[in-house]
Ligand binder design. Structure first.
Ligand code: ADP
Ligand code: MG
Length: 567
């Protein structure tokens, strides 16, 4: 080995390693799933790169993953003939966490939080999970298409530093050797490894093979020395999961596949698998994750589906196939309608992409609708992704009604902060003669709940939605109608309770207004330019006065957002 250097892990990698080793001890077998998942990705990438340049296969286009073990040396070795890595790739991929925002996120964690196993799901565990079972990891790799002299060896004990050296390596692809910790020797076992491959990696399209060593025996039944013959046995199903008929795929297989495509550690909430033939031809498998990634609100966070064209992997995070407000959806799209050499630029122009996007959006909304029938699951969904879904009516007016069905709000019906009321439920509870869906927007739930504008509504038993998420005001400028009912902000414009008020009340109000004209005049003079108008109101029952915005005025929250944006 030449040109050897020792480098330090990025601080966040050290933190992640600690977090992982502490929190995943009882679940440590997942290291194999992660390493196989990476090997399969590497094979996918080589197949894609070879579409343009066959020579990258270096005469070996039979993509595969091999697993070997050595019980006496306590090692497990994983090998793939995928894309491989050069020195730069190795340092970048196996020394840092590339995803933007990870560093800041990690820094915010307190010591207590770092011990929390749940956190790990926000990152995905990946390559570093090898260190849950190994006290030393060696990676030997070469990028397809480079010369034998350009191999690289990476070594680390997972304690803060790693070394990289140039080596000669005649095959492209990557080999990872785990030197097992004393308490993880159980993994250097044929049956254990086979079981794990079937449990976690059955759905991987690339064959995962293990060696069977057979020795010839002489007439007395003794093994003949030097007669060992190795045959390779494929352990997994090795067909792309989404190609298989739904009826033949178990829930566990769907869940395992999710972890591979989404690079997530936890189970999905639900999924939807569809094969479409006809004008458009595609298969989609979409998932709703059970947990939000830490970068969900970052503009450049990963989103979109994994795109395949006729089973050939094309790209990760193809964001053109789902709208932004469904950016939490993960999964696979495999289509015959695009060409194999499609690029991100082409995707932006191809009209078929728009059509598939429309179809996938419907699928995703239908999947959420189905999920909403399960109260417990939908609560989890809503508390995780609800505020993202609220971007929907603004971004996708064509699906406004469908999105409206999925929205949940806090309201005066229960007066609790939990967002659990659907618009359909609200409409069912509407008072006779009530025509509008009333809502109030404030900075916090308590401010909304205690708004003086609610007094008259409470008195009359009319339900009001209590909105206090940052996105709510934006949502309400786009959600103007649902199921034929319009929305009304109780803090804006004239108070119109529709036919809920009776004639007598109206008459009494008019009389009061007349009687107080003098008072109104005096108040107006006192307030001067501070107000546009002073009016007698019937919205209040306890408070003496309140501020009301004209109907078409921007709300308080919007004003603040605009001000913050320097407008
Ligand atoms: P992720 O798979 O989510 O990207 P990982 O920690 O699992 O994160 O892997 C980090 C990166 O290391 C991968 O994105 C890939 O670029 C590289 N890598 C890991 N294993 C392999 C492999 N067997 N062949 C080629 N590249 C690999
Ligand atoms: Mg990975």
């Amino acid at each position: 080995a030449t040109h050897e250097e020792t480098l330090g892990f990025q601080t966040e990698v050290k933190q992640l390693l600690n977090l992982m080793i502490n929190s995943l001890y009882s679940n440590r077998e997942i290291f194999l799933r992660e390493l196989i998942s990476n090997a399969a990705d590497a094979c996918d990438k080589l197949r894609y790169a070879a579409l343009d340049n066959d020579a990258l296969y270096e005469g070996d286009s039979d993509l595969r993953i091999e697993i070997e073990h050595d019980a006496s040396a306590n090692t497990v070795t994983l090998r793939d003939n995928g894309i491989g890595m050069n020195r730069e790739d190795v340092i970048a991929n196996l020394g840092t966490i590339a995803r933007s925002g990870t560093a800041e996120f990690m820094q915010q964690l307190t010591g207590e939080q770092q011990k929390d196993a749940k956190l790990i799901g926000q990152f995905g565990v990946g390559f570093y999970s090898g260190f849950i079972v190994a006290d030393e990891v060696t990676v030997r790799t070469r990028k397809a298409g480079t010369s034998a002299q350009e191999g690289v060896e990476w070594r680390s004990r997972g304690e803060g530093e790693f070394s990289v050296a140039d080596i000669e390596r005649d095959k492209h692809g990557t080999e990872i050797i785990l030197h097992l910790k004393d308490d993880a020797k159980e993994f250097a076992d044929e049956y254990r490894l086979q079981g794990l491959v079937r449990k976690y990696s059955d759905h991987i399209e690339v064959p995962v093979r293990m060696p069977k060593i057979e020795t010839a025996k002489d007439d007395d039944g003794n093994e003949i020395e030097g007669s060992e013959v190795t045959t390779w046995e494929t352990i997994n199903e090795a067909t792309a999961l989404w190609v298989r008929p739904k009826s033949e795929v178990s829930d566990d297989e769907y869940k395992a596949f999710y972890k591979h495509v989404a690079h997530d550690f936890s189970d999905p909430l639900t999924w939807s698998h569809n094969k479409v033939e006809g004008k458009l031809e595609y298969t989609s498998l979409l998932y709703v994750p059970g947990r939000a990634p830490f970068d969900m609100f970052e503009r450049d966070g990963a989103r979109g589906v994994k795109l395949y064209v006729q089973r050939v992997f094309i790209m990760d995070d193809a964001e053109q196939f789902l709208p932004l407000y469904l950016r939490f959806i993960k999964g696979v799209l495999d289509t015959r309608d695009l060409s194999l050499n499609v690029s991100r630029e082409i995707l932006q122009q191809d009209p078929k992409v728009e059509k598939i996007k429309g179809a996938l959006t419907k699928r995703a909304l239908d999947m959420l609708k189905k999920l909403s029938k399960d109260d417990e699951q939908y609560k989890t969904f809503w508390s995780t992704f609800g505020s993202v879904l609220k971007e929907g009516p603004g971004e996708d007016p064509a699906n406004r009604e469908k999105i409206g069905e999925l929205l949940r709000f806090a309201s005066t019906h229960t007066d609790t902060a939990a967002q659990e009321q659907s618009l359909a439920g609200y409409i069912e509870r509407m008072k006779e003669g009530q025509q509008k869906i009333y809502y109030v927007v404030a900075d916090s739930f308590n401010a909304a709940k205690n708004s003086p504008h609610l007094e008259i509504f409470r008195k009359k038993g009319i339900e009001v939605l209590l909105l206090s998420d940052r996105i709510d005001e934006w949502l309400m400028t786009h959600l103007t109608e649902f199921d034929g009912k319009t929305f009304a902000d109780v803090a804006k414009g004239e108070l119109d309770l529709g036919d809920v008020e009776n004639e007598e009340e109206k008459k009494a109000q008019e009389e009061t207004a007349k009687a107080k004209e003098e008072l109104v005049k005096r108040v107006k003079e006192a307030l001067g330019d501070g107000v546009q108008e002073v009016k007698i109101t019937h919205r209040l029952t306890d408070s003496p006065a309140c501020v009301v915005l004209p109907e078409h005025e921007m709300g308080y929250q919007m004003r603040r957002i605009m001000e913050a944006a320097g407008q």
